[in-house]
Design a protein around this ligand. Structure first.
Ligand code: AHM
Ligand code: MG
Length: 283
C-alpha cells in the first residue's frame, strides 16, 4: 500500500504542473456521465494511468473519465477508483480543484474500501490519506516534497454549511433544513468543487456538505466509487458521519455500475443527526 501512496504523491506533483501549464479547452469527447471532457481531464487521467500501470499491487483502475474497468495485474490486490481532476470546470476561474482516490480490495463496494486519499490543488498542494482504524493524515508540499502536518479530527458540531445542487430543484424539506442551519448562524462556504469544500469543513472542524437528490437528478450528481465512498471513509475516520437520503451509511453503498451516483451528506455528528431528524430517517 505504501507504494500506492508514494505513487499518489508523485502523480499529484505532475497533475499540479499540468493544471498550471496545459490548455484549458475542451477535448472532442464525453465521459460516461455524458459530460464534455476538458483536455485537462483527459491529460490527468492519462498521468494517473501511466503512474499506476507498472505497480504490481494494482489489479485494475476505474476512472471517472473512462467507461469501464482497466485491468492491470491479475495478481494485484487493489482496484483504484479515481476522479483525476474533480471540479475541472473551475480551473479557468482559478479556483481550487482536486484528485480523489478510493482503494478497494475485492468487489467494488463501500465495505471493501481499504484506504482513500485526495489531493487539493490550491494556493498550496495538500494531501489527505486515510486508512482503516486511523485518523486521516494531512500532508503539505514544500519544495516538491510532501511533509506530514497533522492528524485530522472533526468536532462534534461545526459552523459551515456547503449546500450543493440547484436550489430550484431541491425538495421542500431539504430547503427547510438548509434554511434552518443558516437561521442558526451557519456560514455559507461553497465553491462548487467538492474537494476544497469538503476539505474546508474537515480542517475547520466541522459543518455539513450536502449534495441531495433533486427533481432533475433524483440520484444526485456525485459518483459513488470515485467521490462519495472515498470521502465517506475519510469523514467517518475523522469522527464524523456520511449518509444518504435514507440515513444509510454511504460506506454501505453497493454500486451496480462504476458510474452510479448517490445523494450524499457529509458532516460532523451534530449536523448529520439534525439532518436525519429533518429527513425523518432513523438515527
Ligand atoms: P466533476 O467530477 O465533473 O468535476 O463534478 C463533480 C463536482 C463536485 O466537485 C461538485 O461538488 C459538484 O460537481 C458541483 O456540481 P454542480 O455545480 O453541477 O452542482
Ligand atoms: Mg468529480
Amino acid at each position: 500500500m505504501q507504494n500506492i501512496f508514494d505513487t499518489i504523491k508523485k502523480v499529484a506533483i505532475k497533475i499540479d504542473h499540468a493544471i498550471k501549464t496545459e490548455d484549458l479547452g475542451y477535448s472532442n469527447s464525453e465521459n460516461s456521465s455524458g459530460e464534455d471532457q476538458l483536455k485537462l481531464d483527459v491529460q490527468c487521467d492519462y498521468l494517473i494511468e501511466e503512474a499506476f500501470k507498472d505497480i504490481s499491487e494494482v489489479k485494475a483502475l476505474v476512472s471517472e473519465e473512462k467507461e469501464g474497468v482497466m485491468e492491470l495485474h491479475d495478481n494485484g490486490n487493489y482496484t483504484i477508483c479515481y476522479d483525476p481532476l474533480d471540479g475541472s470546470s473551475l480551473v479557468d476561474v482559478n479556483l481550487s480543484v482536486g484528485t480523489i482516490f478510493g482503494i478497494y480490495e475485492g468487489e467494488l463496494k463501500g465495505e471493501n474500501l481499504v484506504a482513500s486519499a485526495y489531493v487539493v490543488y490550491g494556493p498550496r498542494i495538500e494531501l489527505i490519506i486515510a486508512t482503516k482504524g486511523e485518523k486521516p493524515l494531512l500532508y503539505r508540499v514544500n519544495e516538491g516534497v510532501f511533509n506530514f502536518i497533522s492528524e485530522v479530527t472533526l468536532n462534534e458540531k461545526g459552523k459551515l454549511n456547503a449546500p450543493g445542487g440547484t436550489q430550484q430543484n431541491w425538495a421542500t424539506y431539504h430547503k427547510a433544513f438548509i434554511d434552518s442551519l443558516f437561521a442558526e448562524g451557519y456560514r455559507l462556504r461553497y465553491s462548487g468543487g467538492m474537494v476544497p469544500d469538503l476539505h474546508q469543513i474537515l480542517l475547520k472542524g466541522g459543518g455539513l456538505f450536502s449534495y441531495p437528490g433533486t427533481t432533475d437528478k433524483p440520484e444526485g450528481k456525485l459518483r459513488q466509487l470515485f467521490e462519495v465512498i472515498p470521502f465517506a471513509f475519510i469523514y467517518e475516520q475523522a469522527g464524523g458521519q456520511a449518509i444518504d437520503n435514507n440515513g444509510v451509511r454511504l460506506m454501505e453503498l453497493v454500486p451496480r455500475h462504476p458510474h452510479d451516483t448517490s445523494p450524499c451528506f457529509f458532516g460532523s455528528n451534530s449536523e448529520i443527526d439534525a439532518l436525519k431528524k429533518a429527513y425523518g430517517v432513523s438515527q
